[in-house]
Design a binder for this molecule. Structure first.
Ligand code: AMP
Length: 272
């Protein structure tokens, strides 16, 4: 697609994964349009995979709150704060981390929201309180969301996807044992890291996570519908098919924004 700049070098996301004072080692690529997107969908609907494909296509940084908690859990060199220790324990049980902890973690990293490369928020917001706090933070940073992409899939397909999902222990690339297998079993195509099954992708955690999603995250669909930024995307089929669907939806939004100078999703406000 001509109006999207392909990212040449992937950011190590140090500013996001480690928080301040860490800075990303790869400078932000020039992008034609800094996309600012939220990805919604039940666990297993394919948000992480789409975020990875979108990052490569659009140059925007993949900001996953789950990756921050997993990075904290795996950094054995430093002692975790009491809040982060509780967050990691909640994550292991498949429960949501408290809004207070998630929001203080996000506020520390607010600079990532005004990054010139744009962002793809994955796994945040997960509650209406988080969505409201995000709106406030975006206002403070003087940036606006282009769209909220909601990936939709029936529950049986979600369970099948989650139980077959494997993640690279080093670069966090996402695979599926049948749907998106690595070239070499259990080895990451990108960095050669070992592929693992996330603790929270085990059956007992999947059930808890689905309940948490229905209770806390599904109401976000109405929240963003009311704001006029929600885009519903059927999440069946291969990752490539879902990606094509996503790009088809985003392409006219770029043209619309360029023509009017307005936000890609609604005509009520101008782009920052
Ligand atoms: P994810 O990789 O997005 O599925 O997140 C993995 C786990 O991290 C979740 O099951 C939660 O325990 C925790 N988590 C990540 N993001 C959030 C959030 N925005 N609010 C609450 N808990 C979160």
């Amino acid at each position: 697609m001509s109006n999207h700049t392909t990212a040449k070098t992937k950011s190590d996301r140090a500013a996001w994964l480690q928080g301040p004072p860490a800075a990303c080692s790869v400078p932000v690529n020039h992008v034609d349009h800094a996309w600012r997107l939220v990805l919604l969908g039940a666990p297993g609907a394919g948000k992480g995979t789409q975020a990875e494909l979108l990052t490569a296509q659009l140059g925007a940084c993949h900001l996953s709150t789950g990756d921050v908690f997993r990075a904290a859990k795996n950094s054995c060199n430093c002692e975790l704060s009491p809040a982060m220790t509780q967050a990691v324990a909640a994550m292991k049980r498949g429960e949501l981390v408290t809004d207070t902890t998630v929001l203080s973690m996000l506020k520390e990293r607010a600079g990532c929201l005004s990054c010139l490369g744009g962002f793809l928020l994955d796994g945040f917001p997960r509650t209406v309180a988080q969505a409201q706090a995000l709106e406030d933070l975006l206002k403070q940073q003087n940036v606006q969301l282009d769209a909220v992409l909601s990936y939709e899939l029936p529950i049986e397909q979600i369970v099948e996807r989650l139980s077959g999902r494997r993640t690279c222990s080093v670069c966090k690339a996402v695979y599926h044992i049948t749907g998106r297998p690595p070239k070499k079993p259990d080895v990451c195509d990108h960095c050669g890291g070992q592929l693992i099954q996330r603790e929270d992708d085990r059956p007992e955690s999947i059930r808890v996570r689905m309940e948490a999603y229905q209770k806390s995250t599904a109401p976000l669909i109405d929240f963003y519908k009311k704001l006029g930024v929600l885009v519903e995307i059927p999440a069946h089929g291969s990752p490539e098919e879902i990606f094509e669907r996503t790009l088809k939806i985003l392409k006219p939004k770029t043209k619309q924004a360029a023509a009017t100078g307005e936000c890609c999703c609604c005509s009520s406000h101008k782009k920052a």
